[in-house]
Design a binder for this molecule. Structure first.
Ligand code: SF4
Length: 372
């Protein structure tokens, strides 16, 4: 059931730049999601989405009006810093069925185009093709990243676990079309589902298809299952056809708070993906050329350090770069102005200092490029 509401604010500014999406702010135009994926994290009590998740959707009908005000620099006390606005993810897909009628995402994109902000859209719906006209305009004036998320590229499995979404085969076609129109595209291959879509041949099939339509990157991740609504709903869907897996799942998921599987499982899974991604020469994080000329100096350094941290850990190595990124996120001035005292920052030693200086001097980082 659709519930119309008027929100008080719409733009959610991140505390720090998000290195998964490159975003500095985002918005939830809808709360709840008719796509009704069995594994959806938005179902967890943590996000306080009321009603029956998958059926009840709250529509923020005044979102465009609010967004126009909140993006307008003449209305802001502190101007919004440069960076991508993320549409999608969170507690509801921005192209779920209600969007056909309400067109909130379309209106929001039109407003974003007017203010010339770059945008990153993440969806599981081919309805986004309706808005290619506006996305093309944004891509000409600033930049668009169009990402689609997948738990699998197999249509028959998708129908069981993500019944309301566009079929994966159609999502791949949408990515192909967006790429042909000059947009940057990405695959969020997450969450892969243990013993259902996490086998090496299935991961490889997804990587192969993504590569065949020229995506710029693939971001990979496993499933989390938080105790409560999310885990209960998922287990019901799983047990319909996979009764034998019940015990395996109970053993794998023993972290009620965050819903993490065992660290050994994630490590094994990541190493499978890492190997395949290397074979197909596909970037495992959003590449530098998509943010080099967009983000502030500090945000560029933070993202590059966080990507380095992720990639080293993926290769089974230790890394101090995540700590260094946190310290830089706390600076209240450009990092180039602290060059003489970088070592005073927590997590910054001799090597990290050299790395930060290389980023500041050249705008790039050879070490990171070699790992991506
Ligand atoms: S499309 Fe995304 S937000 Fe919607 S149900 Fe699926 S996982 Fe949740």
């Amino acid at each position: 059931m659709i519930h119309e509401t008027k929100a008080e604010t719409i733009l959610l500014k991140h505390k720090r730049v998000d290195s998964w999406f490159l975003s500095i702010a985002g918005m939830n135009l809808y709360r709840g999601c008719e796509h009704n994926c069995a594994y959806c994290d938005g179902r967890s009590e943590k996000y306080q989405v009321g009603g029956e998740f998958g059926q009840d959707v709250v529509v923020k009908v005044n979102a465009p009006e609010l967004l126009k005000k909140e993006l307008d620099p003449t209305h802001r006390r502190v101007p919004l810093k440069p960076g991508y606005l993320i549409m999608g993810g969170g507690v509801g897909d921005c192209y779920q069925p209600a969007e056909r009628k309400y067109k909130l995402t379309r209106q929001a994109l039109d407003i974003i185009a007017g203010f010339r902000y770059p945008v990153h859209v993440l969806t599981k719906s081919c309805l986004i093709e309706r808005d290619f006209d506006i996305l093309k305009r944004i891509n000409t004036n600033s930049r668009v990243i169009l990402s689609m998320s997948f738990s699998t590229v197999f249509d028959n499995i998708s129908r069981v676990f993500e019944p309301g979404t566009s079929l994966p085969s159609n999502r791949i076609k949408t990515l192909r079309q967006a790429k042909k129109m000059g947009m940057a595209t990405g695959m969020f291959l997450m969450p892969v589902i243990p013993w259902i879509t996490d086998m090496p041949d299935m991961i490889e099939a997804a990587v192969r298809q993504a590569k065949s339509v020229g995506v710029d990157f693939i971001v990979f991740g496993g499933l989390t299952l938080k105790d409560g609504r999310q885990k209960e709903y998922f287990m019901q869907a799983l047990l319909k056809d996979h009764k034998k897996l019940a015990q395996e799942y109970e053993q794998l998921y023993q972290d009620p708070l965050w819903g993490n599987a065992s660290s050994e499982y994630y490590a094994g899974l990541s190493s499978v993906f890492n190997k395949i991604a290397k074979e197909y020469k596909i970037s495992k994080r959003i590449p530098l050329y998509l943010y080099q000329d967009i983000l502030t100096e500090n945000d560029r350094v933070i993202i590059m350090l966080e990507h380095l941290d992720y990639l080293l850990k993926l290769d089974g190595q230790k890394s101090p770069y995540g700590f260094a990124a946190k310290s830089i996120a706390c600076l209240d001035k450009p990092v180039s102005q602290t060059r003489g005292s970088l070592r005073k920052l927590k997590g910054v030693g001799e090597v990290t200092e050299r790395i930060i200086c290389e980023i500041l001097e050249t705008g790039t980082l050879k070490y990171l490029e070699s790992l991506l």
